[in-house]
Each structure stands twice: as C-alpha cells, then as structure tokens.
Ligand binder design. Sequence first.
Ligand SMILES: [Zn+2]
Length: 82
Amino acid sequence: MTVPKKKRSRSRARIKESHWRAKVKSPNLALCSQCQKPLIPHHVCFFCGTYKSRQVIDIEAKEKKKEKKRKKLKEEAQRERE
Ligand SMILES: [Zn+2]
C-alpha cells in the first residue's frame, strides 16, 4: 500500500480544493431565446420546450401527463387508507 510521504496541510488542501469549488459555483448558463430563462447550453429549454427557437417538446401535454400521474397517485393513496 502506498503511504503519503508528508502531511498535506489544511492550507494546501484548501488551495487545491479552491479550483473545483470555483467550478462548482459557476455553471455555464445561457439564456433561452424564447423565454429568456437560464438554460444549459446545447440543451432543450425545460421551461418552454424549445431548442434553437424551434418547438421540440410539447410542454402543455407534458404538464397534463404529470397532473394525471399525480391524481392517480393521490387516488391510490386514498384507497390504501380506506
Ligand atoms: Zn425557454
């Protein structure tokens, strides 16, 4: 087993950590051309469902589907209580 030759001081550790900490804090974000909300570059906007100002995902249909699922889950929970 390999063993470190010297103790890695807190200061050294923190200096090294500072690099990835900075990276974690500042994600690359662009603005959606349709709704002006922040989005990850080269990804479909999940607020309005567009990519390169082209409709890709039907957000309304998706919301309806989600609501349906929520209702179903609620009903199932109520049935279990009875
Ligand atoms: Zn958008």
